[in-house]
Design a protein around this ligand. Structure first.
Ligand code: SD4
Length: 333
């Protein structure tokens, strides 16, 4: 059968659908209708905020800001700041768990609806690193600043030096040192990174992601969260995605970029998240030992999420309602 004919026949069958759902299938050029649906032009929009895990206060804050007319990026940053300043959250901002040498180092990135982005890696002594990532975007010619350079830039921007290691996280770290086995526990030890996606009243989409990364990581370790395309990606014509969980595995598949590209090809946010998780689980038997979760939104305001193991939830704010949504998951065995 000629290739063109095969493609047409396949498009009428389930096989065609399957092909259409992969980026590798060169056969599937998105139809004009699909493109139109995905790239819905700006109209009236009810603001939407979604974020990883059950961070109700953070998500409500972003939702309220959006309702007041604040733009998507600023709303996302003010939302994630709630967790950066929450001392009880042990994997974001102040109160975050330290690396194995006792230093709290933070990672964050932001991406705006115009395609600009900024990121900071391995920063000590600064709480609001998502805002710092925005300053890298707006106040420097660069996209990424790391470590001491990022910290010094923060002081020049008027950020205050803060003590990120709280008594509680110091105590937990000292306890861990008694038998320092490094084995992140699914949904337990590393489950509080906040990634947030906002759609504002103009229908513009932006996002922020901020974390202290894996607890008791090696000094200098950086995960997916501040890496544009892995921890977060936005294309305002299509939608956005963010990740949480074992960053090393998200990095290997550039998960958030993948999801946005799958949506560009016509997939729903839900199906795109499923495919991005499948890319990991199909190649990697070790998935039983780690959690990864994605959330996504498209230009039509549809949202989706998928994760490897049961237990991941995300917050969704729309029409003044802030709900905790249970994610579907891969490992049903
Ligand atoms: C990391 N992805 O540093 C982060 C950790 C995380 O929920 O998301 N925890 O690998």
């Amino acid at each position: 059968m000629k290739r063109r004919q095969f493609i047409r026949n396949a498009a009428l069958t389930g096989a065609g659908l399957a092909i259409g759902k992969t980026l590798t299938g060169c056969a599937d050029t998105p139809s004009e209708e699909k493109k139109e649906a995905t790239m819905k032009t700006k109209t009236q929009n009810t603001p939407i905020a979604i974020c990883t895990w059950g961070f109700a206060n953070a998500n409500a804050k972003a939702g309220e800001e959006l309702s007041k007319g604040v733009k998507a990026l600023d709303a996302a940053i003010s939302g994630v700041e709630v967790e950066e300043e929450n001392l009880k959250n042990t994997t974001v901002g102040k109160g975050g768990a330290p690396d194995r040498e006792g230093n709290v180092t933070l990672d964050a990135c932001v991406m705006d609806s115009n395609g600009d982005c900024g990121s900071v890696l391995c920063v000590e002594n600064i709480t609001n690193v998502a805002e710092l990532a925005k300053r890298v975007m707006t106040e420097t010619p660069h996209v990424i600043l790391a470590s001491k350079g990022a910290e010094e830039f923060a002081y020049r921007q008027g950020f205050e030096k803060d003590q990120l290691l709280t008594d509680a996280s110091k105590k937990a770290w000292e306890k861990w040192l008694e038998s320092p086995e490094y084995k992140p526990l699914i949904n337990i030890e590393n489950h509080d990174t906040i990634g947030m996606l906002c759609m504002d009243k103009d229908g513009d989409i932006a996002g922020a992601c901020t974390t202290s990364g894996l607890s008791y990581k090696m000094k200098g370790r950086v995960g997916d969260s501040p890496i544009i395309g892995s921890g977060l990606f936005i294309d305002n014509e299509i939608g956005g995605a963010v990740a949480t969980g074992m960053g090393e595995e998200v990095l290997k598949t550039v998960g958030s970029f993948l999801i946005v590209e799958l949506m560009r090809n016509g997939m729903s946010p839900q199906d795109a998240c499923v495919e991005a998780v499948n890319r990991i689980t199909s190649k990697n038997d070790r998935y039983k030992d780690f959690q990864i979760a994605y959330i996504a939104i498209n230009k039509a305001g549809e949202t989706g999420s998928y994760c490897i193991h049961k237990g991941f939830t995300y917050m969704k704010y729309q029409d003044g309602k802030n709900e905790n949504v249970h994610s579907d998951y891969f490992d049903k065995a």
